[in-house]
Each structure stands twice: as structure tokens, then as C-alpha cells.
Design a protein around this ligand. Structure first.
Ligand SMILES: [Zn+2]
Length: 414
């Protein structure tokens, strides 16, 4: 559909240049849904792309309603700051269809101008949040997290300071947003604090109260997941980003005797056992033999997550010996490809660390095999203790091969 635009002549309050600005007609867009941090998705045109007016000459930027009047005392500071700033250079803000890059720049320039004009932190926070949404639309998670972090810090500053009684800002809604943003950036403990506060506030509005209780529960699950993932050897290179991974993991139960997957199945996730046991079976000529029982804290399926390798064994809930009626279900954490890809996009150095670990484990496996020790590693021996490789060159080559496979499987830049 062709988007109907409305054009308007506007005079810049800073440099007095007059230019034409475009906005989509209200009939050109309709809201489809919103993310939990209110990020909107529209059919056809997206009005937030046009929320900020930017002067093409001096790059003064503001919401449309703030474009008319400008405080005398901020004019010199604004001129100086915009003169030396590069944010608006070589960006076209006047095209009827703004590029995502121009939209991002419009929010960054507006944030700069509002800061100089000494507007309250919650207003600048809203601009940082919107800049984050623009990065989300274009799939740039790393930049998105940077803006969400900035928005969260500014909202927190505003919240700690306390809003004026006559303010239009609803402090409880802001507290919810702070919790939400903290969860999105992987600060689980921080998110819990805000959701707990909201769940305890007696005058929290019903809808907000329910949402806060839901998010409090989810953040508690994420905290437990984070704790369980921390000792997993393969995840060590994730370091400080573990909270971010935990937020995107799933936790579920599997009954005793139930198949999780079969040898040869396609796979793109790994599992960590939170409680209970699973049996690992090798299938050969129609017969399945139990080769290993894994318990709490143990991980499996790493290579499927990293490189999409087929499942190398069959995994069934329970230890294969107890009776199905007495054995409890096993609680599993699933780390899916999508969640993992998010981490590697936010912290690309993690992939290298993992390729290094896996190549060490593989070299250690090969070492053991040449000494004819029985290989018990199954699924792939990546849960084994890391051993130093004997042949450094071979290992380095293996590491770069594994890294290329990881990047390829996850669709990451080489
Ligand atoms: Zn101007």
C-alpha cells in the first residue's frame, strides 16, 4: 500500500530556516501489537519514525510540539553542541520515507538537544528507549541493549528523584518499565527488585499489579536458570552476559520414560538438567543401550546448539532403572539457537571463547582415543574436563573450523 503523507512548512526555532516536513496520514497506519516494553509494531507506516522533526540545516531536533518555542538561554549552547556534533551529518531527514538510520539519528539528536535544554531525565529516557526500538526493528541487538541500558539508567534517575505531584508521569508505570528494561538487559536481580516493589504497592493499578506479579515470577525463574547455568563449562565464556541468556531460556519438565530426542534427530538446542535424571542411549541396529546417566547440573546437546549437529545419542527422561511410577520428572533448561544467537550478537567475543573450549575438549577426546581409553563421552565429550592439547597447531586449526561452523550455523558475520 502507498503511504499517504501530509507535508508541512516548518520554521526552525534555532536557525530560522524554513523547510518541508512529512508525516504519514493517521489513516495510513494501524497498531498490530506491542512488546512488553511497549515497542509498537504497525501495519504499513510507523508513526514513530516521524515523531521527531530535525532541521536539515542546523540539526536542531525535537518532538513536533516542542519545535515552536525555544528558551533563549539554551540557544548558544545548542548551536555550539550541534556545530561540533557529527550525528546529523550526511543523513537525510527530509525524505518523505525516512530510513531506519535517519530515524535512529533523529532520536539521538533530539536526546542531545533535550539534555542541553535541561528537560527532565524521563523525557531523554523515552528517546533512548525509542532509539533502542529502532535497533530492534533492524535486528541490531548489541546497539539496542546499549540504548535500553541508557534508558533504564535515566528512568531510574527520574524514579529515585521522585516525580512532581502534578507530573503527568505515572511513577508506577515507570517502575514497571525499569523492571522490564532491566530484565531485557539481563539484570535479573535488579528487575526483581522493581517487580517486587510493584507487587507490594497497595495502590498499584489492577492491570499493572497483575503484570508485575507475572514478571516477578518470570524473573524468579530466570534467576534460578542463571544460577544453574553458571557452573556449565561450555557457558563459561559468556561471563557477565549470562543473565541475558537466562532471560531467553525455557524451563520444562519431562516425564520418566519420555523421549527428549532420538539419535540422528536434527537439533539446534542444548539442555541443562535442573533436577532429576536422564538416560543417554546409543542406538545400533535397532537396539538401544544405556551408556550414561546424567544428573542435576549436567549439560548435553552442546554441539547441536553450536553448529546444528544431529543428536549423537537418544535421551530419555529418568535413569532407565527406576520404575516409571515412582521416578520423579526431570526438570530441564533448554537453550535454544535463537537465545544463543542473541548472546553472540550482543557479545561476539563469546563465540571465539567457545570454539577454543570445544577444540580443547575435542583434542583431549582424540588424545584419550589414541591411548585406547574407553570413550564414555556421549553425547559429544564436551562436558568432559578440559585438557591441554598436545599438538597446538592442529588444535588452532580445529578451533578456527569450529568457529566458522558456529558463525555459519547461527548466521553471524564471519
Ligand atoms: Zn535549524
Amino acid at each position: 500500500m502507498t503511504i499517504q503523507m501530509v507535508s508541512r512548512e516548518v520554521r526552525c526555532p534555532l536557525c530560522s530556516t524554513t523547510y518541508t516536513f512529512y508525516t504519514p496520514k493517521a489513516s495510513s497506519y494501524s497498531l498490530v501489537r506491542r512488546d512488553s516494553d511497549h515497542c509498537p509494531y504497525y501495519k504499513d507506516a510507523n508513526p514513530i519514525f516521524y515523531a521527531i522533526w530535525v532541521c536539515p540545516t542546523c540539526h536542531f531536533a525535537a518532538y513536533k510540539d516542542d519545535f515552536r518555542q525555544l528558551e533563549m538561554e539554551s540557544m548558544t549552547a545548542l548551536k555550539e553542541a550541534l556545530d561540533s556534533d557529527t550525528l546529523g551529518r550526511a543523513v537525510s531527514f527530509q525524505n518523505p520515507e525516512r530510513s531506519l538510520f535517519a530515524v535512529l539519528r533523529s532520536f539521538q539528536l533530539a536526546a542531545l538537544c533535550y539534555r542541553i535544554r535541561k528537560f527532565p531525565p524521563e523525557l531523554v529516557a523515552g528517546l533512548a528507549l525509542r532509539a533502542g526500538w529502532i535497533c530492534r526493528y533492524s535486528g541490531e541487538l548489541r546497539r539496542e541493549l546499549g540504548f535500553l541500558r541508557e534508558a533504564q539508567e535515566l528512568y531510574q534517575k527520574a524514579f529515585d528523584k521522585g516525580f512532581r505531584r502534578d507530573s503527568q508521569v505515572d511513577d508506577l508505570a515507570v517502575a514497571f518499565l525499569i523492571g522490564e528494561l532491566k530484565l531485557r538487559i539481563g539484570d535479573i536481580a535488579g528487575a526483581q527488585k522493581y517487580f517486587m516493589f510493584l507487587a507490594q504497592e497497595s495502590d498499584t493499578k489492577d492491570r499493572l499489579d497483575r503484570a508485575a506479579k507475572d514478571r516477578l515470577y518470570e524473573s524468579k525463574v530466570a534467576a534460578r536458570i542463571c544460577q544453574l547455568l553458571e557452573p556449565v563449562p561450555l557457558l563459561a565464556p559468556i561471563g557477565e552476559h549470562l543473565g541475558l541468556l537466562a532471560v531467553y531460556c525455557e524451563m520444562f519438565t519431562l516425564g520418566p520414560g519420555k523421549f527428549l530426542f532420538r539419535q540422528g534427530d536434527p537439533g539446534e538446542s542444548m539442555f541443562v538438567i535442573a533436577s532429576g535424571k536422564v538416560g543417554v542411549y546409543r542406538e545400533h541396529e535397532g537396539k538401544a543401550a544405556l551408556v550414561r546417566v546424567l544428573g542435576p547440573g549436567e549439560a548435553f546437546g552442546e554441539m547441536s546448539l553450536l553448529t546444528g549437529e544431529q543428536r549423537s545419542a537418544t535421551v530419555i527422561g529418568g535413569d532407565g532403572e527406576s520404575s516409571a511410577t515412582t521416578e520423579p520428572s526431570v526438570e530441564l533448561i533448554q537453550i535454544h539457537r535463537t537465545a544463543f544467537r542473541n548472546i553472540l550478537m550482543a557479545a561476539p567475543e563469546v563465540a571465539q571463547g567457545m570454539a577454543n573450549l570445544v577444540s580443547r575438549w575435542r583434542s583431549a577426546d582424540a588424545e584419550r582415543a589414541t591411548h585406547s581409553e574407553p570413550c564414555t563421552a556421549c553425547p559429544p565429550g564436551v562436558a568432559e574436563e578440559a585438557l591441554p592439547a598436545t599438538d597446538g597447531d592442529v588444535r588452532v586449526e580445529l578451533e578456527s573450523k569450529i568457529l566458522a561452523k558456529i558463525n555459519n550455523f547461527l548466521g553471524l558475520p564471519k
